[in-house]
Write a protein that binds this ligand. Structure first.
Ligand code: ACO
Length: 382
C-alpha cells in the first residue's frame, strides 16, 4: 500500500517557479514591483509607467513612455460585435461574467490571436490593457442606461476609462485617485488568478485563453470579488455604532469578514495602508454616504485588528478600503471586480510571458483515496 504523501492544501507554501517581477514580503508587510517598493511607486509613478515597468522590467525614458501611451490609446476601440453583446446583456448579466465572455471574444477579431511569438505577446498585452478597460467602461455605461462612449485617444488611460464610463471628462483629482488604485492592483506575484493564467499558458495555449482563465479566477469572493463583498458588508452594517455587534455576530457565526486576511500577508497589507490614507484624506470633502462608509470601515478595521490582528495574523487586505474610495468616485459596486481585472492585466501578462521563457507544463498530483477494481453492475441490476 502506497503511503500517503504530505498534501499541501491550496498549494500553501509551495514554490512552483522563480520570478523577479514581484516580491510579497508577508511578514514585514512589504511589496515590490521589480524591486521598487509599492510606496515609492505610489508616490512617484503612475499606472501607465508602472505597466511599462511590469512588461519590460525597467522604467521607460520619456520617448518610450510617450510611445507606450500612444500605443495604449490606439488600441482602445472595440469590435462592433462585442459592443452589441455588452449592450444586450449589461443590464442583466453579472458584470464579471460579461467581462470574461467578451474578453474571450476579443480573440475572434485579433490577427495575433494564435501567434505566440514574444513580439505578438507584447502587442497583445498592451492591446488587452486598453480593450479590457473599454469593455469594463462599456458595461458600466450601458448598465447605467447610457450608450457606448467612443474612446478619446487624446486622453490618458485612466482619464479615458472614466470618460467612457461616465460620458464626461473626469476631474484631475478623480483621475489621480483612480490611477493610484490601478497602480496598487497592477501586480501581486503568484496569486490565484495569476497562477490560473499560468496553468493555462503552460499547456502552450495562447494569451487570450490564459487571461480569460485569470479573469474567471479573479471573480471569486476569496480573491478579487472581496472588494464588492466588503462594501456590501459596510452597507449591511449601516452605521458606525452597529459595527461591533455586526462583527461579533459574524465571527460568532464563523463567517469571514471580507477584506481581511491573506494567504501571504500575516500583517497589514501595504496596499490597504495606502488606500486607507487616501480614504482618510478624502473624507473631509466626501458626501455623507462616503463619510459614513469610511467611519464604518475604520471602526471595523480597529475591531478586527484588536480581535484577530496580532493573535491570528488577520489584517486588512487591499480589498477592504477600496469600496468607499470607488463609491466616492461614483463607481458602482458591480464594477469593482472588473476594475480589478483592468488593473491586473499587466501583472498577468508579465508573469505569463516570463513563464513561457522556460515553460514547463503545470501538472500537480492528487492522492487517490477511493476504491479500486469495483465490480460493474449492469443498470438493470442496480
Ligand atoms: N474573517 C474571519 N476569519 C478569517 C478571515 C476573515 N476575513 N480570514 C481568515 N480567517 C480565519 C479562518 O476562518 C480560519 O480560521 P480557523 O483556523 O479557525 O478555521 C483561519 O483564519 C485561516 O483562514 P483560511 O481561509 O484557511 O486561510 P487562507 O490562507 O486560505 O486565507 C483568505 C486567505 C482566503 C484570503 C482568507 O483570509 C479570506 O477568506 N479572507 C476574506 C476574503 C478576502 O478578503 N479575500 C481577498 C484577499 S486579497 C486578494 O485576493 C486580492
Amino acid at each position: 500500500m502506497e503511503s500517503k504523501p504530505e498534501i499541501k492544501l491550496g498549494l500553501e507554501g509551495v514554490y512552483f517557479t522563480e520570478s523577479e517581477i514581484c516580491k510579497v514580503d508577508g511578514i514585514n508587510g512589504k511589496l515590490y514591483y521589480y524591486g521598487y517598493s509599492i510606496e515609492t511607486l505610489a508616490e512617484n509613478s503612475n499606472f501607465e509607467e508602472t505597466c511599462f515597468l511590469l512588461l519590460n522590467g525597467r522604467l521607460p525614458d520619456e520617448s518610450e513612455l510617450s510611445a507606450f501611451r500612444k500605443t495604449l490609446a490606439s488600441e482602445r476601440e472595440l469590435p462592433a460585435e462585442i459592443v452589441s453583446v455588452i449592450r444586450a446583456s449589461a443590464r442583466t448579466a453579472n458584470a464579471m461574467d460579461l467581462l470574461r465572455s467578451t474578453f474571450s471574444m476579443l480573440s475572434l477579431y485579433d490577427k495575433d490571436a494564435n501567434d505566440n511569438s514574444e513580439e505578438a505577446n507584447m502587442r497583445k498585452s498592451i492591446r488587452f490593457m486598453s480593450k479590457i478597460a473599454s469593455i469594463t467602461a462599456a458595461i458600466g455605461s450601458f448598465r447605467q442606461g447610457r450608450e457606448y462612449v467612443k474612446p478619446d485617444s487624446s486622453m490618458g488611460h485612466v482619464e479615458n476609462f472614466l470618460y467612457m464610463l461616465n460620458g464626461k471628462k473626469p476631474m484631475a483629482e478623480e483621475v489621480k485617485i483612480l490611477d493610484l488604485m490601478f497602480l496598487l492592483h497592477a501586480e501581486h506575484s503568484s496569486n490565484a488568478s495569476t497562477f490560473s493564467g499560468i496553468v493555462t499558458a503552460s499547456t502552450l495555449s495562447d494569451l487570450h485563453s490564459s487571461i480569460t482563465s485569470a479573469i474567471g479566477t479573479l471573480k471569486g469572493p476569496l480573491h478579487g470579488g472581496a472588494d464588492e463583498a466588503a462594501l456590501h458588508m459596510m452597507h449591511a452594517i449601516g452605521s458606525p455604532e452597529n459595527t461591533e455587534a455586526y462583527i461579533n455576530d459574524a465571527l460568532a457565526g464563523k463567517k469571514k469578514i471580507m477584506g481581511f486576511g491573506h494567504r501571504v500577508y500575516k500583517t497589514y497589507d501595504p496596499r490597504a495602508r495606502i488606500i486607507k490614507r487616501r480614504l482618510e484624506e478624502l473624507r473631509g470633502s466626501a458626501d455623507e454616504e462616503v463619510k459614513n462608509l469610511t467611519n464604518i470601515a475604520l471602526a471595523a478595521e480597529k475591531l478586527m485588528i484588536d480581535k484577530l490582528g496580532a493573535s491570528h495574523g488577520i489584517w486588512p487586505n487591499v480589498d477592504f478600503f477600496s469600496g468607499p474610495v470607488y463609491t466616492d468616485l461614483g463607481i458602482p459596486d458591480y464594477l469593482f471586480t472588473p476594475m480589478f481585472a483592468v488593473s491586473r492585466v499587466p501583472g498577468w501578462c508579465a508573469h505569463i510571458m516570463q513563464y513561457w521563457k522556460s515553460n514547463r507544463l503545470v501538472r500537480p498530483l492528487e492522492y487517490y483515496n477511493g476504491e479500486i477494481d469495483r465490480k460493474y453492475v449492469p443498470i438493470e441490476g442496480r
